[in-house]
Design a binder for this molecule. Sequence first.
Ligand SMILES: [Zn+2]
Length: 352
Amino acid sequence: MTKKNLKERLDKGPVICAEGFLFEIEKRGYMSSGEFVPMVSLEHPEALENLHRDFQHAGSDIVQAFTYNGHREKMRVIGKEELLEPLNRAALQIAKDVAISPLGEEQNLMAGNISNSNIWNQNDQKSQLEVEKMFREMVGWAVDESADILIGETFYYAEEAYTALKVMKETKLPSVITIAPYGENIMRDGISILDTCKELEQLGGDVVGMNCHRGPNTMMPYLKEIRKAIKCHVAGLPITYRTTNNHPTFFNLPDNNGCSFHSPHETTFPTALDPMQCNRYEIGQFAKEAYSLGINYLGVCCGATPMLIREVAEAVGLKVPASKYRENMENHYMFGKNKRIPKHIKDYRNKA
Ligand SMILES: [Zn+2]
């Protein structure tokens, strides 16, 4: 079975990557929100495999191992450090199994994954060395388990992203690196979004861009600048919520849709974001615009569902297995135009 590498695929056209495992696995009932530890690879491997297969069916070319937050520090917080390596290896093996049994002619690419550590401190070298060690052990397991590429994602400190890329590059595997600045629209160590991306290109990132935290509206302006400023391939994977200039990320997004009973937590994040969800057409429009700008690595992050991944894929001209089940309102019992539908039912549509 043939398998093109990441660059060959990107040079040819769009490459789709489903992210957002944390939110979707939580919604499916296999993870605690807030705590967000990806124990699912050990506790319910079948649920994780199912989600990978659903994303694959919807057109994801990359099968990203679900090891987000599955790092030593998080496991220490919950007192399960001894499960760190088994958790990582299980997630990688599940992703590999899916990637090597594709629905089409070509195998998918399995991606090992590292991400924001949440202990990085720009003024504390000890924390930085600890993070580097965490990255190195996870990347090592990814190489052991035959990852085709590595993804470093959701970094909000520029220097942490540089460190992640440095560790990823040691393996010689193709490296995707994406940042996720907070609402101040600057990295937490004071480096601009654009300068961070330029530096990531200089450091050898094969694909550089943004993921998570921001919806299409507040990510697109930066993607446009990044696309102009760098030469390598660019990635854009927004969350699927309607963020605004006043609330550029989902962390402080207010409910503007007639909420009658608020979340018991400080914010709508992460358990009451549902009413601010983008519809599929908004996500499709994002993907279409991004692709027209020359951004070939596309997907969505938190809030991703297989339906939205299909939307991204179709918006950039791809036909995927799930395209078979694309909407067909023609045969709807009331809103359809099919002439076999009784007239008295169709005529009632405005009163429905
Ligand atoms: Zn995300």
